[in-house]
Design a protein around this ligand. Structure first.
Ligand SMILES: [Zn+2]
Length: 317
């Protein structure tokens, strides 16, 4: 979606990655990435390294050994990049900035997503609590261990923050093959905020008991976050800045196509096909391209959280 040029961005909802220093968290756990094996990390660390079949070979970051994530190889050199992010954040003032700069777009999207859920959840008797997004370059510390670019964006339920490398959007279109439309990018953040809403609603825990497989609780949790992203899109043009100005322009058909291209690009089957040349549904954690598109559209077309019950159907496709 395109921001209204005169909308005002609220930079207090984001922060830059830290400039390093200090040790890592003792055990890295992170859940709720946009795709790939992030959820495996929690299982491997809780169960010891015999616990999972998550390492499916291949060299891409989506097939990385969780142990490498946990050990957070590179924390050096993260300071300068993150200082630069801090500078970039401070220059994001308006919707016009969000339309031309990815860091500013992250801020605008976080503003809109949170404005929506803050307004939406109380009708179900729930209060939304704000969650910051940490925009980093290279790596940074999170409450779930070291966040690195290779992990992709994720939500950490231990510190209630979303983590995204400022360069991820280039990967999304370059490496994963999503189109480079606005809503492809915005969907990624809306998905992560979907996990935050799940956390508020007490829905995030189930994935840990059943972490893999085409109809696993992990996949159902991820697809629900896609559905929640769709709900936000359905209502996004109602969201306003602190001055009461509408943040976003009306949704276009091109926006929806961009969201669908991103949802498909981070489907487990697409990622596996690229990384290992074959598809193994028994190790899926996020769902197929088709399922991710389907649940995003379910949220978008209904705009209703009650339609995002991904746990009841026998199969999610
Ligand atoms: Zn996720």
């Amino acid at each position: 979606m395109t921001f209204n040029d005169n909308a005002q961005l609220d930079t207090s909802q984001v922060q830059s990655g830290g400039s390093g220093g200090g040790g890592m968290a003792p055990g890295g756990i992170a859940v709720g990435g946009i795709g790939g094996l992030i959820l495996m990390i929690i299982m491997v660390l809780l169960n010891g390294f015999g616990g999972g079949s998550g390492s499916t070979g291949g060299a891409g970051p989506w097939n990385m050994n969780p142990a490498q994530v946990a050990s957070g190889a590179d924390t050096s050199g993260s300071g300068a990049g993150n200082d630069q992010i801090s500078q970039q954040i401070s220059q994001c003032k308006t919707g016009a900035d969000a339309n031309r700069d990815d860091v500013c777009r992250i801020i605008g999207t976080v503003n809109s997503t949170q404005a929506f859920w803050r307004n939406y959840l109380p009708q179900y008797g729930k209060q939304y609590t704000d969650a910051k997004t940490v925009i980093f370059s290279g790596s940074t510390q999170s409450g779930c261990g070291t966040a690195s670019s290779a992990m992709g964006p994720f939500y950490c339920p231990l510190d209630n923050k979303v983590y995204i490398d400022a360069a991820f959007f280039q990967e999304l279109s370059g490496k994963y093959g999503a189109d480079d439309g606005n809503l492809a990018k915005e969907y990624v953040l809306a998905h992560e905020y979907g996990h935050h809403v799940q956390n508020i609603l007490g829905l995030l825990g189930r994935s840990q008991q059943d972490p893999e497989g085409a109809n696993s609780a992990s996949v159902r949790t991820e697809l629900q976050a896609d559905c929640f992203a769709g709900i936000w899109v359905a209502h996004a043009t109602e969201t306003k800045d602190a001055n009461g100005n509408t943040l976003l322009q009306p949704i276009t058909e091109q926006d929806i196509q961009s969201a669908l291209s991103a949802a498909a690009a981070v489907g487990d089957d697409r990622i596996q096909e690229k990384a290992q040349g074959r598809v193994t549904p028994e190790s899926w954690t996020h769902g197929s391209a088709a399922a991710r598109q389907k649940w995003f559209m379910t949220g978008y077309q209904s705009g209703d959280i009650n339609k995002c019950d991904t746990f009841s159907p026998a199969t999610v496709e």
